[in-house]
Design a protein around this ligand. Structure first.
Ligand SMILES: [Mg+2]
Length: 239
Protein backbone atom coordinates (compact mmCIF):
# COMPACT_ATOMS: atom_id res chain seq x y z
CA UNK A 1 0.00 0.00 0.00
CA UNK A 2 2.65 2.52 1.01
CA UNK A 3 4.87 1.46 -1.87
CA UNK A 4 1.98 2.23 -4.18
CA UNK A 5 1.54 5.68 -2.61
CA UNK A 6 5.23 6.42 -2.98
CA UNK A 7 5.13 5.45 -6.65
CA UNK A 8 2.07 7.66 -7.19
CA UNK A 9 3.86 10.59 -5.57
CA UNK A 10 6.96 9.92 -7.62
CA UNK A 11 4.91 9.85 -10.80
CA UNK A 12 3.88 13.47 -10.06
CA UNK A 13 7.48 14.71 -9.99
CA UNK A 14 8.98 12.31 -12.51
CA UNK A 15 8.84 14.73 -15.45
CA UNK A 16 10.63 17.40 -13.35
CA UNK A 17 13.84 15.35 -13.26
CA UNK A 18 13.87 14.54 -9.54
CA UNK A 19 17.15 13.82 -7.80
CA UNK A 20 17.59 10.63 -5.81
CA UNK A 21 19.43 10.73 -2.47
CA UNK A 22 19.87 7.23 -1.12
CA UNK A 23 21.55 6.19 2.09
CA UNK A 24 23.60 2.98 1.83
CA UNK A 25 23.73 0.82 5.00
CA UNK A 26 20.29 -0.38 6.04
CA UNK A 27 18.71 1.29 3.01
CA UNK A 28 20.27 -0.43 0.00
CA UNK A 29 22.09 -3.25 1.81
CA UNK A 30 21.37 -4.93 5.15
CA UNK A 31 23.11 -3.62 8.26
CA UNK A 32 26.21 -5.75 8.58
CA UNK A 33 27.86 -6.69 11.88
CA UNK A 34 31.14 -6.32 10.04
CA UNK A 35 30.99 -2.85 8.44
CA UNK A 36 34.12 -3.74 6.46
CA UNK A 37 32.26 -6.19 4.27
CA UNK A 38 29.02 -4.47 3.26
CA UNK A 39 29.52 -5.25 -0.42
CA UNK A 40 26.95 -4.30 -3.01
CA UNK A 41 25.68 -7.45 -4.74
CA UNK A 42 25.37 -7.59 -8.51
CA UNK A 43 21.64 -7.04 -8.49
CA UNK A 44 22.09 -3.79 -6.53
CA UNK A 45 24.89 -2.66 -8.84
CA UNK A 46 22.67 -3.25 -11.85
CA UNK A 47 19.80 -1.39 -10.21
CA UNK A 48 22.00 1.62 -9.39
CA UNK A 49 23.51 1.82 -12.84
CA UNK A 50 19.99 1.70 -14.31
CA UNK A 51 18.86 4.51 -12.01
CA UNK A 52 21.86 6.74 -12.66
CA UNK A 53 21.16 6.66 -16.40
CA UNK A 54 17.74 8.15 -15.72
CA UNK A 55 18.16 10.36 -12.67
CA UNK A 56 20.72 12.45 -10.80
CA UNK A 57 21.53 9.85 -8.20
CA UNK A 58 23.57 10.41 -5.03
CA UNK A 59 24.58 7.85 -2.45
CA UNK A 60 24.46 9.75 0.86
CA UNK A 61 26.38 8.04 3.63
CA UNK A 62 28.28 8.48 6.85
CA UNK A 63 31.02 6.29 5.44
CA UNK A 64 34.22 7.58 3.90
CA UNK A 65 34.36 8.07 0.15
CA UNK A 66 36.99 5.32 -0.17
CA UNK A 67 34.77 2.86 1.69
CA UNK A 68 31.70 3.45 -0.41
CA UNK A 69 33.65 3.36 -3.67
CA UNK A 70 35.17 0.05 -2.62
CA UNK A 71 31.67 -1.38 -2.09
CA UNK A 72 29.79 -0.05 -5.10
CA UNK A 73 32.42 1.10 -7.59
CA UNK A 74 33.78 4.49 -8.64
CA UNK A 75 31.06 5.83 -10.94
CA UNK A 76 28.31 7.13 -8.70
CA UNK A 77 27.85 10.56 -7.15
CA UNK A 78 28.59 10.25 -3.47
CA UNK A 79 27.99 12.41 -0.42
CA UNK A 80 30.35 10.89 2.17
CA UNK A 81 31.06 11.53 5.87
CA UNK A 82 27.47 12.82 6.31
CA UNK A 83 28.16 15.71 3.92
CA UNK A 84 31.81 16.63 4.62
CA UNK A 85 32.90 15.10 1.29
CA UNK A 86 31.03 15.42 -2.00
CA UNK A 87 32.11 13.58 -5.12
CA UNK A 88 30.14 14.19 -8.31
CA UNK A 89 31.09 11.88 -11.14
CA UNK A 90 33.23 13.72 -13.63
CA UNK A 91 33.88 16.56 -11.16
CA UNK A 92 36.37 17.31 -8.41
CA UNK A 93 35.90 15.99 -4.92
CA UNK A 94 34.80 18.78 -2.56
CA UNK A 95 35.76 18.74 1.13
CA UNK A 96 34.41 20.64 4.12
CA UNK A 97 36.77 23.57 4.92
CA UNK A 98 37.84 22.28 8.30
CA UNK A 99 38.28 18.63 7.36
CA UNK A 100 42.07 18.58 7.80
CA UNK A 101 41.83 19.78 11.37
CA UNK A 102 39.27 17.10 12.20
CA UNK A 103 41.23 14.49 10.32
CA UNK A 104 44.16 15.15 12.67
CA UNK A 105 41.90 14.83 15.70
CA UNK A 106 40.59 11.53 14.33
CA UNK A 107 44.12 10.20 13.90
CA UNK A 108 44.84 11.09 17.51
CA UNK A 109 41.72 9.35 18.82
CA UNK A 110 42.38 6.33 16.60
CA UNK A 111 45.96 6.07 17.87
CA UNK A 112 44.40 5.01 21.19
CA UNK A 113 42.92 1.91 19.55
CA UNK A 114 44.92 -0.60 21.63
CA UNK A 115 43.92 1.12 24.82
CA UNK A 116 40.22 0.93 23.84
CA UNK A 117 40.58 -2.73 22.86
CA UNK A 118 42.11 -3.56 26.21
CA UNK A 119 39.33 -1.79 28.09
CA UNK A 120 36.45 -2.94 25.86
CA UNK A 121 37.35 -6.35 24.38
CA UNK A 122 35.45 -6.94 21.13
CA UNK A 123 35.14 -3.27 20.25
CA UNK A 124 36.05 -2.33 16.67
CA UNK A 125 37.29 1.11 15.66
CA UNK A 126 37.37 2.68 12.22
CA UNK A 127 39.17 5.88 11.28
CA UNK A 128 37.33 7.66 8.48
CA UNK A 129 39.68 10.66 8.41
CA UNK A 130 36.92 13.03 9.36
CA UNK A 131 35.11 10.73 11.78
CA UNK A 132 35.86 7.85 14.12
CA UNK A 133 33.41 4.97 14.41
CA UNK A 134 33.20 2.57 17.34
CA UNK A 135 31.38 -0.64 16.42
CA UNK A 136 29.60 -2.10 19.45
CA UNK A 137 28.13 -5.43 18.31
CA UNK A 138 30.36 -7.49 20.59
CA UNK A 139 29.92 -5.31 23.69
CA UNK A 140 27.69 -5.83 26.72
CA UNK A 141 25.28 -3.04 27.65
CA UNK A 142 27.30 -2.14 30.73
CA UNK A 143 30.45 -1.79 28.60
CA UNK A 144 28.56 0.39 26.14
CA UNK A 145 27.45 2.66 28.99
CA UNK A 146 31.03 3.06 30.24
CA UNK A 147 32.32 3.65 26.75
CA UNK A 148 29.61 6.25 26.16
CA UNK A 149 30.84 8.29 29.12
CA UNK A 150 34.42 8.07 27.89
CA UNK A 151 33.57 9.11 24.34
CA UNK A 152 31.41 11.94 25.62
CA UNK A 153 34.45 13.40 27.32
CA UNK A 154 36.53 13.00 24.14
CA UNK A 155 33.74 14.78 22.30
CA UNK A 156 33.89 17.66 24.76
CA UNK A 157 37.70 17.89 24.54
CA UNK A 158 37.87 17.78 20.75
CA UNK A 159 34.63 19.65 19.92
CA UNK A 160 33.59 16.74 17.70
CA UNK A 161 29.95 15.69 17.90
CA UNK A 162 29.03 12.37 19.47
CA UNK A 163 26.39 10.47 17.56
CA UNK A 164 24.86 7.21 18.77
CA UNK A 165 23.23 4.90 16.19
CA UNK A 166 22.50 1.24 15.57
CA UNK A 167 25.26 -0.52 17.55
CA UNK A 168 27.68 2.28 16.79
CA UNK A 169 29.00 5.44 18.34
CA UNK A 170 30.63 7.98 16.16
CA UNK A 171 32.64 11.15 16.57
CA UNK A 172 31.61 13.48 13.77
CA UNK A 173 32.58 16.87 12.41
CA UNK A 174 30.23 19.42 13.99
CA UNK A 175 28.01 21.55 11.78
CA UNK A 176 27.87 19.00 8.96
CA UNK A 177 24.76 16.97 8.27
CA UNK A 178 22.97 15.18 5.48
CA UNK A 179 20.03 17.59 5.61
CA UNK A 180 21.80 20.83 4.71
CA UNK A 181 24.04 19.08 2.19
CA UNK A 182 21.12 17.52 0.32
CA UNK A 183 19.23 20.79 0.47
CA UNK A 184 22.04 22.69 -1.21
CA UNK A 185 22.61 19.97 -3.84
CA UNK A 186 18.90 20.00 -4.71
CA UNK A 187 18.82 23.75 -5.09
CA UNK A 188 15.02 23.72 -5.06
CA UNK A 189 14.57 20.73 -7.34
CA UNK A 190 12.23 17.86 -6.42
CA UNK A 191 13.84 14.82 -4.84
CA UNK A 192 13.34 11.40 -3.39
CA UNK A 193 15.31 10.94 -0.15
CA UNK A 194 15.59 7.59 1.62
CA UNK A 195 17.30 6.38 4.76
CA UNK A 196 17.01 4.11 7.78
CA UNK A 197 18.89 5.79 10.60
CA UNK A 198 18.90 8.81 12.89
CA UNK A 199 21.28 10.73 10.60
CA UNK A 200 18.70 10.44 7.82
CA UNK A 201 16.17 12.26 9.97
CA UNK A 202 18.26 15.43 9.44
CA UNK A 203 17.71 14.93 5.72
CA UNK A 204 13.96 14.45 6.12
CA UNK A 205 13.55 17.48 8.40
CA UNK A 206 15.56 19.85 6.21
CA UNK A 207 13.74 18.69 3.07
CA UNK A 208 10.10 18.47 4.02
CA UNK A 209 8.96 19.25 0.50
CA UNK A 210 10.80 16.18 -0.81
CA UNK A 211 9.42 12.69 -1.22
CA UNK A 212 11.01 11.15 1.86
CA UNK A 213 11.07 7.46 2.68
CA UNK A 214 12.06 5.86 5.98
CA UNK A 215 13.32 2.28 5.85
CA UNK A 216 12.26 0.44 9.01
CA UNK A 217 9.70 0.92 11.76
CA UNK A 218 11.29 3.46 14.10
CA UNK A 219 9.75 6.91 14.55
CA UNK A 220 10.46 9.22 11.67
CA UNK A 221 9.95 12.62 10.07
CA UNK A 222 9.77 11.00 6.63
CA UNK A 223 6.48 11.19 4.75
CA UNK A 224 6.49 7.52 3.78
CA UNK A 225 7.89 4.27 5.03
CA UNK A 226 8.86 0.82 3.77
CA UNK A 227 9.66 -2.29 5.79
CA UNK A 228 13.26 -3.02 4.85
CA UNK A 229 15.97 -2.63 2.23
CA UNK A 230 14.44 -5.41 0.12
CA UNK A 231 11.09 -3.67 -0.13
CA UNK A 232 12.92 -0.45 -0.92
CA UNK A 233 14.91 -2.09 -3.71
CA UNK A 234 11.67 -3.43 -5.25
CA UNK A 235 10.31 0.09 -5.14
CA UNK A 236 13.39 1.50 -6.84
CA UNK A 237 13.00 -1.08 -9.61
CA UNK A 238 9.61 0.49 -10.42
CA UNK A 239 11.03 4.00 -10.92
MG1 LIG B 1 21.82 3.79 7.02
Amino acid sequence: MTAEQILNEFEKIKSLKPLLFLDYDGTLVPINHDPDSSWADNSLKRLLSYLRMRYDLFIVTGRSLEDIRRFIGPDLNVVALHGAVISESGGDVRFAENIERYSEICNKVYSRKDEFLAKYPGIRMFNKNGGVVFSLWELEDSQIDRLGIEIESISAETSMNLYTGKKIMELRIPGINKGDTIRSLRNGRPALIAGDDVTDEDAFIANQDALSVKIGDEETHARFRVKDYLEFRSLLRCL
